[in-house]
Unconditional design. Structure first.
Length: 172
């Protein structure tokens, strides 16, 4: 069993705006938003034949929600290249999907205010179920063009090998 070290001097929870995402062993540029990591376990209700007035509950199948990534549109083709491995328009019949490598493991890292890695999650066997190359365009708007990638996955787990950071102190 892995022993978890607690930072006894940290009172505040981590903020949600310092994070990085990586796949294929490198960080993905410009990610500005990542949806929540969410797991839901079905409830199986049953009752014993001799117990007419109450039912019992036990866990059933667990499902992992898709993770949506957002970033500003740039010349970086990472989102589009991965999405094209799942569906590539204009290819030969039966060759629309790159079956060998359309899935990737993804690592989501959360950092503290000092920029130190605090928490890391591994998201397993992800593949692109939805890709938005461009948002709705509006000549009267004043906004950044955002592209999105929706990743189906087969689960995630916290990387317990990520050490608790020794947070800096400004002492005299």
């Amino acid at each position: 069993m892995t022993e978890i070290t607690i930072n006894a001097t940290r009172f505040d929870p981590y903020k949600n705006f310092k994070f990085r995402l990586q796949w294929d062993g490198r960080y993905v540029a410009g990610i500005s938003k990542v949806s929540a990591l969410k797991r839901t376990t079905e409830v199986v209700t049953h009752r014993n034949g001799g117990d007419p007035s109450s039912s019992r509950k036990s866990p059933g199948r667990s499902e992992y929600e898709a993770v949506t990534l957002e970033r500003g549109v740039t010349h970086d083709r990472d989102f589009e290249a991965w999405a094209s491995k799942v569906w590539n328009f204009g290819t030969a019949l039966g060759a629309e999907t790159s079956l060998r490598d359309f899935r990737k493991d993804v690592i989501l890292e959360l950092y503290n205010e000092a920029g130190q890695l605090a928490i890391s999650y591994k998201i397993f066997r992800c593949w692109v179920s939805e890709f938005q190359a461009l948002p709705e365009l509006d000549a009267n708007a004043n906004a950044v063009a955002i592209q999105t990638l929706k990743l189906e996955n087969e689960g995630w787990e916290r990387d317990l090998s990520t050490p608790v950071p020794v947070e800096p102190s400004f002492s005299e």
